[in-house]
Design a protein around this ligand. Structure first.
Ligand SMILES: Cc1ncc(CO)c(N)n1
Length: 220
């Protein structure tokens, strides 16, 4: 019998495969991505991450389990003060200040994605919150790992830092904790509930693909 997370993973495979094959993702891996495209992505992703952190914070509000609250508050800290260090480091390298990022308007697809996660999480319970963040976290952990396996990719002078960040044991283990928590929260759930979760997971995976595509095309 598959666990809930294994079922979700399987359901999203066609979309994840497209993410792995996307020229933006491949371009980070082989260093062929233009700095202009990466810069566009970086600014949009920086704005994205503040809302992403808000979704985790909503999970703290929705949870009654102190252990879950602790895990989610650690995740909020990991995003705002860990993951975003990668972005801040690239901003420094590219001469972009935080004030300048906040003058950038979030793109249509960026807003659509974060508003979807926030709406699902506001309307739902802790399980909806977890599942709506899981595709983001898990797909990045997998992309980081896959890209880091290519010889020299993690040592690339520009994209190496991004790859190393998402391939790190810290990122892997914080994602693993989210996968395990999702399984725990949804263990033995009804088929109806599972289907609702699958819809959320697949929708977020499609938004992930859209985010790569939007960044590739500089679509604001
Ligand atoms: C769009 C997007 N999805 C997921 C992650 C991983 O946190 C990220 N940084 N950006």
């Amino acid at each position: 019998m598959l666990t809930i997370s294994e079922r979700l993973y399987k359901a999203a495979q066609p979309v994840w495969k497209e993410c792995h094959e996307h020229p933006f993702v491949k371009g980070i891996g082989d260093g062929s991505l233009t700095i202009e495209q990466f810069r566009f992505y970086l600014l949009q992703d920086y704005l994205y991450l503040y809302d992403y952190a808000r979704v985790f914070a909503l999970g703290i509000v929705k949870s009654k389990d102190p252990k879950v609250m602790q895990l989610l508050s650690k995740s909020v800290d990991n995003i705002l003060n860990g993951e975003m260090k990668i972005h801040r480091s690239y901003m420094e390298r590219l001469g972009i200040t935080e004030d300048q990022v906040f003058q950038v308007k979030p793109s249509l697809k960026n807003v659509a994605y974060t508003n979807y996660m926030l709406a699902v999480s506001h309307a739902g319970g802790i399980a909806e919150v977890l599942v709506s963040i899981l595709a983001c976290s898990w797909s990045y952990a997998e992309i980081g790992q896959v890209l880091a396996q290519a010889p020299g990719a993690a040592d690339h002078t520009f994209y190496g830092e991004w790859i190393t960040g998402y391939a790190s044991p810290e990122y892997h283990s914080s994602n693993q904790a989210l996968v395990e928590l999702t399984d725990k929260l949804l263990e033995g759930c009804s088929e109806e509930t599972y289907q609702r979760m699958e819809d959320i997971f697949v929708m977020c995976s499609r938004f992930e693909l859209d985010f790569w595509e939007m960044s590739w095309r500089l679509e604001s």
